[in-house]
Design a protein around this ligand. Sequence first.
Ligand SMILES: [Zn+2]
Length: 255
Amino acid sequence: MVKIHHLNCLDLQSPIGGSAIGHCLLLETEHKLVLIDTGIGLLDTLQPAIRIGQDYIDRIGYRFNEALTAFRQLEQLGLPTDSVTDCIISHLDNDHIGGLADFPDAAVHISTEEYENFKAGNPRYLQTPLAHHPNIITYGPSSEKWYGFEARKINIDIAWDIFLVPLFGHTNGHCGVAIHADDHWIFYVGDAYYLRAELNDPHHPIHQMTKMNADNDELRVNNLNKIRELVQREPGIVVYGYHDEEEYGGENHFA
Ligand SMILES: [Zn+2]
């Protein structure tokens, strides 16, 4: 049996784009815990200037709160933090992976393209979150499909099928995660949109920010369009992004 916990592991007050959360998923089984993105970590929160740097903190607008870290939230749930064996990661921006260092023995699952982008020295990434040299498992192109999207099956011993779904654009290897939760699908789209409103409002001001932060804006827009079509075509699929506070606390009742 797998139990799902939705956790908010980030508080961000962007100087240019309003506030944002970090909607992570925790999958709990009898033997292991799996995180899907990690938010900002406990180590980051204890040593922000050293691990992240003041310029970066000011630019992104991080607010540090120990209680929001995945590590502390696991403790709060009474779950052993050393049972986190795997972290499935949408992309390697710091606000999604700061928490990896708190679970140093966990394997990190990402797309090959994302890891290549990181190693190529793209200046958007911080080196700190991977400085503990975790076991990184990469997934390259696949011929498997999921609702018209390419799907790369994650190699984890868990009762549910989980796939990395390339949604390139925000970064060159950014992926969503499709999870077959017993009788329904969950599709976590990471930063394919910042706000759910982007799906329906082509003039929403947040588009400026998503565009500005995209490695490849053309791919980002293509994938946003594909997600919009999926949501219209398949209303039974639970779709959510990482940063939208309203989506997290709203009618879906993730919170
Ligand atoms: Zn993000």
